[in-house]
Design a protein. Structure first.
Ligand code: GAP
Length: 499
């Protein structure tokens, strides 16, 4: 765990355990104002890269789904984790995690019976009271509810955003040009009643997903997709490397396809997109892992996880799945409505490739990668790319003098329609720089007595702490340009340094 980061997030109210005043239940966090700003900008970047660039579509579906929809998707019967209960204190545990913590082995691929055997043979006991553990049983991760007052309809909070897209596909297809391929995305909440939520934002019970379902005709040539991505290099962990205990090798997506690591050309295209998003967010330390045979659903045409290096180890943040036509076929069967579409007089049950991203996990990784421990400066700070910084600029009057405060507020008001602006007037100027730095604000504008005379301010850049002096009239345009080009050092601003 990156304790310092977690403490920062709590101290600046970036995340707050939900209903904290009542002794909170694990696995739920509210996002405070600073984190909301960062989250919104991460979503905007995802939208640009995964939706807008390709002219794809976006929906916003309801989060309560009736039982039959989730019977069709397989979640009612199969969305389980292995659970055991302590026979004395009755605490419940997720068994694969328990075995991993107790024995230091990878238990993620073990079946319920294998886990039961390991517990018995290795004498794994309750980590809380030391007593014997009960039988290992499957535990369904969905939150169940009833719709309506009496004898309601059984329903569940959706465990993934994807199902709304499958159920709506046919309608949207016909309303939006009736052509394949078609991409439909969604950003929204998903819920999983995790047995043991842990690791801050990494494993929670309510979270956001950003998912895209790309529908296509498998008989159509998709070479163009590989063509666009073939020179992009990614760190890939093949199945063979996993068997040999190797972490990853750098490979171009063209070669990875040729070598047979990637089963579909279109998957290479979305791997390139995943890399593009990670790079835009400042994350370079990741790998694309080919899921092993026993981790891959029976209907899948291939599954990959994007894992990011963190202090928790490698964390799965994105998944890329070739879901074939499984979901549309299942929803056709359970609804009694044929979800095939007609394209150029041909009936097609489209296949689907799905890049899926957990927003909270991604956010944690972005913050962890941006975290700079800085003994020299005397405070730690976030080296966030300016595009996702919570505020573009912080405006500060040098002192609480009423003329300076009035001028600083006037500057803020003028900038607000154009930029995300914060304002700080309490504490020493050094403390205020530190406060801005630790949440990753890239630029601070200080209003001093010279400002009142010549309408210039000093701009301090987050990364080198150096300053320049510029006219107020040039502020918005410069900040916009620096932000666009990722300039976070005064020495690269194009202006003369003050000191
Ligand atoms: N529609 C496919 C799907 O839901 P998944 O691998 O189960 O696939 C996708 O979930 C992403 O959602 C994961 O890669 C992860 O980032 C995020 N996620 C899943 N469970 C989570 C949890 N309990 N807490 C936070 N994020 C989670």
């Amino acid at each position: 765990m990156h304790e310092k980061l977690h403490k920062l997030l709590i101290r600046r109210a970036m995340i707050i355990p939900t209903s904290e005043i009542y002794n909170p239940v694990a696995g739920f966090y509210d996002y405070g104002p600073i984190a909301v700003n960062i989250k919104r900008k991460v979503v905007d970047l995802w939208r640009q890269i995964f939706i807008e660039k390709d002219g794809f579509l976006e929906i916003d579906g309801a989060t309560v789904l009736q039982e039959i929809a989730l019977k069709a998707s397989g979640h009612v019967d199969n969305f389980n984790d292995p659970m055991t209960e302590c026979q004395k204190c009755h605490k419940r545990f997720r068994v694969d995690h328990l075995v991993e913590d107790a024995l230091g082995i990878d238990a993620s691929h073990m079946s319920i019976s294998e886990l039961g055997k390991v517990i018995a043979e290795k004498n794994v006991i309750c980590p809380s009271c030391g007593a014997k553990l009960g039988q290992v049983k499957p535990f369904n991760l969905m939150f169940e509810t009833q719709i309506g007052p009496v004898d309601g309809i059984t329903a569940y909070l959706r465990p993934e955003t994807a199902q709304n897209i499958f159920m709506n596909f046919n309608k949207i297809f016909n309303a939006f040009g009736a052509k394949l391929p078609m991409g439909i995305g969604q950003v929204g909440r998903a819920y999983r009643n995790e047995i043991s939520p842990r690791q801050s934002l990494i494993r929670v019970r309510e979270f956001h997903q950003m998912e895209l379902e790309y529908f296509f005709d498998p008989e159509e040539d998709d070479s163009i997709m590989l063509e666009k991505a073939k020179n992009v290099q990614v760190p890939m962990q093949t199945r063979q490397m996993q068997r040999e205990g190797k972490s990853f090798a750098l490979v171009t997506l063209g070669d990875a396809y040729k070598e047979g690591y990637i089963p579909a050309k279109t998957m290479a295209y979305f791997m390139a997109k995943e890399r593009e998003l990670l790079n835009a967010l400042g994350i370079r330390d990741f790998r694309i892992r080919h899921l092993m045979e026993d981790e891959t659903p029976h209907y899948s045409g291939g599954n990959f996880d994007v894992e990011i290096a963190t202090k928790f180890g490698w964390v799965e943040v994105m998944s890329l799945a070739y879901r074939t036509n499984y979901d549309l076929v299942r929803h056709s069967k359970f609804s009694g409505k044929n979800l095939q579409v007609t394209v150029n007089d041909k009936k097609v049950m489209p296949h689907v490739i799905e890049p899926s991203i957990g927003l909270g996990r991604l956010l944690w990784c972005v913050l962890e990668h941006a975290y700079v421990e800085d003994k020299e400066r005397g405070w730690d700070w976030l080296n966030l790319p300016p595009k996702i910084a919570p505020y573009d600029i912080c405006v500060l009057p040098l002192m609480k003098n009423s003329d300076l405060v009035r001028k600083a507020k006037e500057i803020c008001d003028n900038l607000k329609p154009l930029l995300d602006v914060s304002y700080e007037q309490s504490g020493s100027i050094g403390k205020r720089y530190a406060k801005a730095d630790e949440i990753g604000v890239p630029y601070c504008a200080t209003v001093d007595y010279q400002t009142l005379e010549d309408n210039t301010v000093t701009i301090r850049f987050r990364n080198d702490g150096k300053q320049i002096r510029i006219p107020i009239g040039n502020l918005a345009e410069n900040i916009r340009r620096w932000k666009l080009n990722g300039i976070v050092e005064a020495s690269k601003s194009g202006y003369e340094l003050l000191h």
